[in-house]
Design a protein around this ligand. Sequence first.
Ligand code: CA
Length: 230
Amino acid sequence: MNAKCILIVEDEQPIREMVMFALANAGYAVREAADAWQAQLCIAERLPDLVLLDWMLPGISGIDYARRLKKDDLSREVPIIMLTARAEEEDTVQGLESGADDYMTKPFSPRELVARIRAVLRRGGPAGEEEMLRANGLAIDLCSHRVSAGDTLLEMAPTEYRLLEFFMGHPERVYSRGQLLDRVWGSNVYVEERTVDVHIRRLRKVLEPHGHDPLIQTVRGTGYRFSTRI
Ligand code: CA
């Protein structure tokens, strides 16, 4: 089983380091960001399983960033635990209203943090469920990001992987290039629509030797569709 990925967004380096150390020890893969801007780059690269979000951040506050994450299709489902020095009840309410799933007041012990993370991840659904996507002998392991065709592991670049993961999770539906950009690249990233065509071509090339390229179908005048019906 591959490690769950936690993103810590915290501008105070000592706290970030303490949290990273504790979570790595607990078996999590950890990524760090000092502000919302860095966090957004991390998320565009790989969607974390959970975000630990400091309330007081330079630039965009933790609260505003939590709202933004919950509004974005890409990150809507990712649970958030707010980290804060404030303990007033009113602030807690405001934090939870912003879409945070839980709330921790500093200072907290690493053990308490790990317990809270486990609880929030459990709430997100039974572990081990829906960790594989399959279609016609093509399979994606959502934990390890491994793609296989029969017994063969397929090598692909991160963007092709995300594209395939999105398609396999949303089969039999047509998506325009703009929709694919929003859902796969993220709505805050500016990329030209023809970039989608380039990555579709690359993805088909990886699938072709195994006969799976017809799963990625061009819908003339509209966009693309993943379908097992050919
Ligand atoms: Ca802070």
